[in-house]
Design a protein around this ligand. Structure first.
Ligand code: CO
Length: 429
């Protein structure tokens, strides 16, 4: 058993996470950033439409519909004999999605019609420097990624003088009151502006997947600058750690794999989401493309495999400490969090949780535990969904985070190299 010491300092890892988040305003950009980093270190793309032939040691990645990716390093032993070590994350975050007929006119203003995506904390989007990012579909079938530069959009608060009732709690109606302001009536058309930035003809744009995004870069914060305030850390924090871990892991007899799914925040039900066939399809093809001819090979491979489902975890908020179960209180900077739930909102059990704890111990990484209070509902992850779909032994973990689903979440850079080391240890063992 090799011990994997953290190779990055917290400062280096934190700076790298901030750069990763800044490059990833949407799932499409996150997948592009992950594959850019993988390609720079020898991974190459496989297309689902092609016939695959793979050899031991091959480093490849597959993208489905732009927002989901599976990357892997083929093991030196057949999959049916050695199985795989997998890390699963998600690429999407709560936001607002631009409607097809987005041009809303009110009281001399041009606004942008949007629909909430996922369980967002709406008030955290008020008075922020917002823009739009995503992809444009062109007449010829091409999809072009785009980010509108600057901070052209805004969701302004209403003055307290015009509604004193906010002192009893702010209630926002998303249909009427969460419509971002784009300009006065004479302003340019939003899609025309995006086409110009993307270098395409406006007339060629036949569809779009566009979301609101905070335009300000990720920031260092806290007295010693070791915390990171940034959008989309759930779950780009784990996407980042998993990418670094896959690149750092030494080749092994077993296959090492990273899956990052879109659509987790809206239930994972899509072709590229965790309820869809993406990972199952890639695993079946991996077995076949490495010479597995026996119909039992896929099932033998899955039975020898383990999945680390990695999604950010609730760290203690000092102003709301009573919201945590008092004996299970993860703290910022305290290392990876093992998540357990008696009702299977998390997939962790004795075997998989113990395995993860042992891998952390191998790597010299401290481990924290999270359970929800008995009187509060529990969130969930891709872990139980993937375990249910594939029948794969799964453990749910995450790095600690304060303010989950805020427009700007808070993590500690100290946790980044600890999670990378834990994941690298899991991919290696
Ligand atoms: Co998440």
């Amino acid at each position: 058993m090799t011990t994997t010491a953290p190779t990055l300092t917290a400062e280096q890892a934190g700076a790298d996470l901030r750069a990763f988040v800044d490059a990833s305003p949407t799932p499409f950009h996150a997948v592009a950033e992950m594959t850019r980093r993988l390609a720079a270190q020898g991974f190459s793309e496989l297309l689902e439409v092609d016939r695959w032939a793979l050899r031991p040691g091959d480093q490849r990645y597959v993208v489905r519909d732009g927002g989901s990716v599976v990357a892997f390093r083929v093991g030196t032993a057949p999959l049916a004999d050695a199985g795989a070590r997998l890390i699963g994350t998600h690429t999407d975050s709560p936001t607002f999605k631009v409607r097809p007929r987005y041009d809303v006119r009110r009281a001399g203003f041009r606004l942008v019609g949007v629909e909430p995506y996922g369980g967002l904390l709406a008030h955290t989007w008020l008075d922020r420097e917002l823009t739009v990012a995503g992809r444009l579909a062109l007449r010829g079938g091409e999809l072009v990624q785009v980010v509108l530069p600057g901070a052209p959009l805004r969701l302004p608060s209403l003055a307290i003088h015009l509604d004193r009732s906010v002192r009893d709690g702010l209630v926002l109606d998303p249909q009427r009151q969460l419509v971002p302001v784009w300009g006065h009536d004479g302003a340019d058309d939003l899609l025309e502006a995006l086409a110009l930035v993307a270098g395409v003809e406006h007339a060629d744009v036949v569809g779009h997947d566009l979301v609101l995004t905070d335009s300000l870069p990720a920031a260092e914060t806290g007295a010693d600058g070791s915390w990171i305030a940034a959008p989309r850390l759930d779950d780009l924090g784990c996407c980042h750690s998993a990418t670094l871990a896959l690149l750092a892991a030494e080749p092994a007899a077993h296959t090492q794999l990273l899956v990052a799914n879109d659509h987790e925040e809206v239930g994972s039900g899509s072709a590229e989401g965790a309820k869809g066939s993406f990972l199952a399809d890639v695993l079946a093809r991996l077995v076949a493309a490495t010479g597995g001819t026996d119909p039992q090979d896929l099932h033998r491979a899955v039975a020898r495999s383990r999945l680390v489902s990695a999604d950010m975890a609730h760290a203690l908020h000092p102003n709301f400490a009573d919201r945590h179960e008092s004996d299970h209180v993860p703290s910022l900077g305290g290392g990876p969090v093992l998540k357990l739930n008696a009702n299977q909102s998390y997939a962790t059990d004795a075997g998989t949780g113990g395995w993860f704890a042992a891998r952390c111990a191998d790597a010299g990484v401290p481990l924290q535990h999270f359970v929800t209070r008995a009187d509060l509902p529990c969130g969930s992850t891709i872990g139980p969904l993937t375990a249910t779909r594939l029948g794969i032994a799964t453990v749910d973990v995450g790095s600690p985070l304060i303010g989950m689903h805020s427009c700007r979440e808070l993590v500690s850079a100290v946790d980044v190299p600890l999670m990378v080391a834990a994941m690298t240890s899991c991919l290696s063992a």
